[in-house]
Design a protein around this ligand. Structure first.
Ligand code: HEM
Length: 348
């Protein structure tokens, strides 16, 4: 009897440890631990404020020699996506974060899907996902001063020296004043697989046809609450917006397992096609609302690199997606599904 109890409790603790329920182990759930219990139901736990779009991807054919993915050959591929702010807060003012993003799902006529998430940042701050947690922790304002504790920041930068590059970029790079003129970067590395089995490591960006425009600090401070989203809607009333899918080909020795390291600018690029964004829809009832744009969902002909940040993300996204669709399913969501409850919007 004692033996059975011992085996059962060992199994229980092994399960609890692997799920991160006991001990200090970092699991994919750990990344959402700071989400307040008051987080508005039904919204994404990061990039909460967004707008759905639909459009068409037209392949140029230039990706065909590198990958059997049908999306590189098909003339017109239906696209569903989402523009968002990097802030978790679904009510955030548009001038509150420098991060703007594009999520995209391309569904080819062989049924294969390519899902992706792209940010306007050119690289990730840290070499691994744990570094992201440590960065959040280090830069959390202390209650006494309302600013980060310099000693914690110093310790973080000692452990993750590569993050200094991000800090420098963040302090100087201009903030975009339009979703339309922003370049969105995939940041992690992936591998293309050609018909003969040849593999090619890549990264890619969605490069806008619209010109980049930035805010001065005073313009940014004065910008209206929904400036970026209103600007996007106005531009689309005049016609579609376009982004080229620019694929960068790695050369031997380029770091494919470290998203904090950029590749030399001289690397060959191919324009694999062009995305046309035609319409936007409120995210409360648009087609993007319940999609998990999990970047590890790649079609045949594309595979994942061993980039540790990429590999950590599927589990994190799955937790956030499960929580929000569960809240919607159980009828707990209000604003997130377009049901206004006493118009409880903050930051109006
Ligand atoms: C460890 C690092 C990261 C963490 C903890 C994290 C966390 C999250 C979470 C929880 C969501 C909400 C997902 C949902 O409910 O569907 C999200 C969305 C998003 N993330 Fe990340 N993320 C990380 C890295 C990245 C990177 C490297 C990129 C860009 C290349 C990125 C781009 C995005 C975008 C664009 C969205 C919005 C997707 C949408 O509109 O559906 N994230 N992230």
């Amino acid at each position: 009897m004692c033996g059975i109890c011992l085996i059962a409790s060992t199994l229980f603790f092994a399960f609890a440890w692997s799920a991160g329920l006991v001990g200090g182990r970092t699991t994919t759930q750990t990344f959402l631990k700071d989400t307040p219990s008051t987080f508005p139901a039904g919204y994404r736990r990061a990039h909460g404020k967004g707008i759905c779009f639909d459009g068409t991807f037209r392949a140029s054919g230039k990706g065909v020699p590198f990958s059997v993915a049908r999306v590189f050959a098909q003339q017109k591929v239906p696209a569903v996506g989402r523009f968002s702010l990097g802030s978790p807060d679904p009510y955030a003012p548009d001038n509150s974060t420098r991060t703007v993003s594009m999520a995209l799902m391309l569904t080819a006529d062989d049924g294969e899907q390519w899902r992706m998430k792209l940010n306007n940042e050119p690289f990730f701050a840290t070499r691994d996902a744990k570094g992201f947690l440590k960065q959040m922790d280090a830069y959390k304002p202390t209650p006494a001063t309302g600013t980060p504790d310099p000693a914690r920041v110093k310790a973080f930068l000692k452990e993750y020296p590569e993050a200094k590059k991000y800090v420098t970029w963040d302090a100087a790079a201009p903030w975009t004043r339009s979703f339309a003129g922003a370049q969105y970067n995939v940041i992690n590395s992936f591998i293309l697989i050609a018909e003969n089995g040849k593999k090619q490591a890549i990264r890619w960006s969605m490069r806008p046809h619209a010109s980049f425009t930035s805010w001065s600090v005073s313009q940014r401070k004065q910008a209206s609450h929904d400036f970026l989203f209103e600007d996007l809607k106005k531009r689309l009333q005049k016609g579609p917006l376009y982004w080229d899918l620019v694929v960068t080909l790695a050369e031997s020795g380029d770091p494919v397992n470290d998203p904090s390291q950029v590749w030399p600018e001289s690397r060959r690029e191919i324009v694999a096609g062009t995305l046309e964004v035609s319409h936007v829809f409120d995210q409360a009832n648009g087609g993007c609302r319940d999609i998990n744009f999990d970047p590890t969902r790649v079609p045949k002909g594309i595979t994942l690199s061993d980039d540790p940040v990429l590999l950590a993300r599927a589990g994190i996204y799955s937790h956030s997606h499960n929580s929000r669709v569960r809240e919607i399913g159980y009828g707990k969501a209000t604003d997130a599904v377009g049901k206004r409850q006493n118009d409880n919007r903050k930051n109006k």
